[in-house]
Design a protein. Structure first.
Length: 265
């Protein structure tokens, strides 16, 4: 895919992977739509993007709010008439044990990390079908491949994304709808700082392992290349990705390893 002039909508665009994606696509002169619930930050990222591209439009909304999602789609479609690429990237992580996590927190994380993306995709899908096709990317996580301590709701949401978007690919291939599942491991972003603890407050610090992860810029470049190559799935990260294969081929060893892992490391 040539991105010059394509309408590319990125959620979670004001920090981390989403912000890096915005700059990556801006450098290819895409027509950008940037969304986040960090409304004050959208103008900052937009200003940086406009140094590289000609069109950058912002539309803030909350992934927890179905009405805001619906209104955002209507607004973007009225503005551009189409959406060529949707990158579902927004989300929030978790740092709390199952036994200590109130159900309300499970519900909140699922609303943001799963149902919000489903709602946005379901509203964008008819527009893409009407216009002859499109490409949808979802940012999951290697914790969508296996459970991990203190990530129960986050992992559950990422597992659910696999089920939904793999089904989407199968059902709508006839409509020229392409789907790429991006599965990052450790990426140096502030997601662990903003992860929710058992009391609903932010974790407030970066995990040691994440601090050693790949840069958000490298992750964004790999994700952009995956869209260009129409990859169904792309694993992104370092040696931590080995856990995906250990789980698949040596499950006994996997459970011995993961039971000894410090979830904050």
């Amino acid at each position: 895919m040539i991105f010059n002039g394509k309408v590319i909508w990125i959620t979670g665009a004001t920090s981390g992977i989403g912000e890096a994606l915005a700059y990556e696509f801006a450098s290819l002169n895409a027509q950008l739509v940037l969304s986040s619930n960090q409304y004050n930050e959208l103008d900052r990222v937009k200003a940086e993007c406009l140094k590289k591209c000609e069109v950058c439009y912002t539309k803030g909304f909350d992934l927890e709010n179905p009405e805001e999602i619906k209104n955002a789609v209507e607004n973007v479609v009225n503005k551009f008439g189409k959406i060529d690429v949707l990158v579902n990237n927004g989300g929030i992580s978790q740092r709390s044990l199952i036994s200590e996590t109130p159900f309300e927190l499970d519900h909140k994380i699922m609303n943001i990390d799963y149902f919000g993306h489903v709602m946005l995709t379901k509203n964008v899908l008819p527009v893409m079908v009407k216009n002859g096709g499109g490409h949808i990317m979802i940012t999951t996580s290697i914790t969508g491949k296996f459970g991990f301590p203190q990530r129960s709701a986050y992992s559950a949401a990422k597992h659910a994304l696999y089920g939904f978007f793999e089904t989407l690919r199968v059902e709508h291939s006839k409509d020229n709808i392409k789907v790429t599942i991006a599965c990052p491991g450790r990426v140096r972003t502030e997601i662990s700082k903003h992860a929710l603890t058992k009391n609903g407050k932010e974790h407030g610090k970066m995990d040691k392992g994440q601090a050693k992860g790949i840069s958000a810029e490298k992750c964004a470049r790999i994700m952009r290349e995956a869209i260009q190559k129409n990859k169904r799935e792309v694993l992104i990260g370092g040696k931590e990705l080995l856990m995906v294969y250990i789980k698949k081929f040596l499950p006994g060893l996997f459970y011995r390893i993961v039971s000894k892992i410090d979830p904050n490391n």
